[in-house]
Design a binder for this molecule. Structure first.
Ligand SMILES: C[S@@+](CC[C@H](N)C(=O)[O-])C[C@H]1O[C@@H](n2cnc3c(N)ncnc32)[C@H](O)[C@@H]1O
Length: 282
């Protein structure tokens, strides 16, 4: 992760206009852009954060890509989940080392990579073989072949009974997550978390209804707002950026309950969270 750049490593080059390019360093290789070629041999042994020049004397900053950089630049089969949502998914689905996760669909593996890097052990159901192959290639390129030992892929629908498990978590990014819920109870441990990422609030609403029907509670739905700022200290120019990614999708979570939702002696599992003041707590 640190130290001089080596052959075989993936690097990100950033030009004067902040355009970003990914390339893998190959001895004797060349990276071609409109601004001329950068020799890979100039990168081998160089420090991360250095500037190299192309044959036409254009400067490129060179760094190792972060996972967020990679997700935005990697080859895609399907639409990816963006970094602004990937981090919160880890937190809201409570993914950590050794966590047994059922994931569907896999798409281009942006979410898979995020969970694998957090230490999850994933069983993935994906409908399309070409997408599954792309997912595996992306994971291997960014995380290395070892990560694939924790990634068990099956080409099949998630809308029918699930033959694997048990799981601690279920994380869904497919068009009709409510069709997974009836089978989820059979493979998710008690108290386990199910999370669906949905572009539309109507999908989130239908997913919530299915969760309630099938004995899940403590459900929550949220969207993540991410506003970047333009800051130029010398010019005293400080303001929000003019553009932002205003909407991507909704995160909806629920937990598998073993209490009866209608039992008047237990707290309502889906009641709006109430803020408890210090006085009330005493
Ligand atoms: C938006 S993509 C997932 C993107 C992925 N989360 C990522 O971050 O790269 C949706 C995926 O769900 C898959 N899919 C759709 N219906 C499915 C089903 N019934 N069972 C399994 N996978 C399904 C699609 O083939 C597609 O790859």
């Amino acid at each position: 992760m640190t130290g001089p750049l080596q052959a075989g490593e993936l690097v990100m080059m950033v030009d004067r206009k902040k355009r970003r390019y990914l390339t893998t360093i190959v001895p004797g290789g060349e990276f071609h852009t409109h601004a001329g070629a950068v020799l890979h041999d100039d990168l081998i042994g160089a420090s991360e954060g250095c500037t190299v020049r192309s044959g036409r004397n254009s400067a490129f900053l060179v760094v190792r890509p972060t996972l967020a950089d990679y997700v935005l630049k990697m080859k895609r089969g399907a639409q990816v989940i963006y970094p602004k949502d990937l981090g919160p998914i880890l937190m809201h689905a409570d993914i950590g080392p050794g966590c047994r996760v059922f994931e569907s669909g896999l798409g281009s593996a942006a979410l898979s990579m995020t969970m694998l890097r957090a230490g999850a052990v994933i069983t993935g159901y994906e409908l399309r073989e070409d997408f599954a192959n792309r997912a595996v290639k992306n994971i291997e390129q960014f995380l290395g072949a070892e990560a694939l030992e924790r990634y068990d892929v099956h080409i099949r629908t998630a809308y029918e009974p699930i033959d694997h498990g048990p799981f601690d978590r279920m994380v869904l990014d497919l068009p009709e997550p409510w069709n997974v819920v009836p089978h989820a109870r059979d493979v998710l441990g008690d108290g386990g978390i199910i999370l669906a990422y949905t572009p539309s609030i109507l999908q989130a609403t239908r997913f919530r209804a299915a969760l309630t029907r099938h004995g899940f509670g403590l459900s929550e739905t949220l969207e993540v707002m991410n506003r970047s700022w333009h800051i130029e200290p010398e010019q005293q120019a400080v303001r929000p950026d003019h553009r932002m990614v205003a909407h991507t999708g909704f995160l909806t979570t629920g937990r598998k309950l073993v209490t009866e939702p209608d039992d008047p002696t237990t707290p309502s599992p889906d009641s709006t969270r109430k803020t408890i003041t210090a006085d009330e707590e005493e």
